[in-house]
Design a protein around this ligand. Sequence first.
Ligand code: ADP
Length: 375
Amino acid sequence: TYLYFPAMPWFGMDIGGTLTKLVYFEPRENNRRELDKETEILKNIRRYLTRNSAYGKTGRRDGHLQMDNVTIRGRRGTLHFIRFPTSEVGAFLQLARSKGMAALVNTIYATGGGAYKFEEDFIKEVNMRLSKLDELDALIAGVLFVDAMNPQECYYWAPPLPPHEVDSPPYLEAALSQYVRKPFDFSNPYPFLLVNIGSGVSMLVVNAPNDYYRVSGTSLGGGTFLGLCCLLAGCSSFEEAIALAASGDNTTVDKLVRDIYGGDYERFGLRGDLVASSFGHMCSSERRAKVSREDLARATLVTITNNIGSIARLCASNERLERVVFCGNFLRVNPLSMKLLSYAMSYWSRGALKALFLEHEGYFGAVGCLLRYDL
Ligand code: ADP
């Protein structure tokens, strides 16, 4: 019997505003015949991708996210997750060319704005045709597939004890320091709000696999966080911005309810430790003179995160949804934002809303593209 397979290698690619995400399917070598059929070029590409965890100056493989035993178009194999800055697409194409990619006639499924912007370059440099997919279609297909494949995919943050065993909700800092990560069973997910925090933010109401719409979004997203941290705190990478924020204190930057009231604003249940005015202290030159880079990075993170949290909460209550799933690379190595979102969702909805997170954060669009090989 003869089975038709789209030509290897199989890639799914999401060329975003900041990061390019590449998912590579490595077929399992189940017998010698299969192996012998693999051309030298394919072998080299496979070895290069799977034996390294850094490519060129800026490419990285997220080995901790690797998924084994995945089946696509009847073939078993492993998914590898690779990312590099979109500003380095040129260098990526050079590298792909030097590995012999241009000699393989191939189509790869791609999404994100860069699939349009760089289409010509892919043909010229590596002889690859980009077959373009809508980014939100790809995102949802990716979320549903990865979640079905990986029982540990979905999780949430909460205090170790259920809320009813605690007298009154602890103040923010105390609450966040207690939060632990817990698995969430996402096998009956619908309906839910999907909040993708990339360079910008999109919010989707998902009722069923093929029934969703974009309800809202904001341009104040991960790109804003990083851009402002570069401006205000002289950061030069996302990792640095996150590390600064983790050791900073936003209360030297933000004006809190207690700075204005001397305590809680009891009538409307606003506690003293809530931010009343983000960056509100920074109009004072004395305060500006004393503020640290860490504090500025922390205030930027809190401002961007809480703004996304409050838009998400309004959308969820408007649409009568109880589950809010956050994804996108802004949440990479960023437990602080996840805990803040968890606290905000549950505090402002009096426990009605649940914030959920996904292990593969920013890779769903690229996975959604890869799944086209499965059709
Ligand atoms: P996009 O598709 O718009 O590029 P992503 O989901 O990849 O969106 O998220 C991009 C955001 O992720 C950045 O704006 C930044 O906040 C954050 N981020 C996480 N890791 C990095 C990184 N290594 N370099 C740059 N930004 C990063």
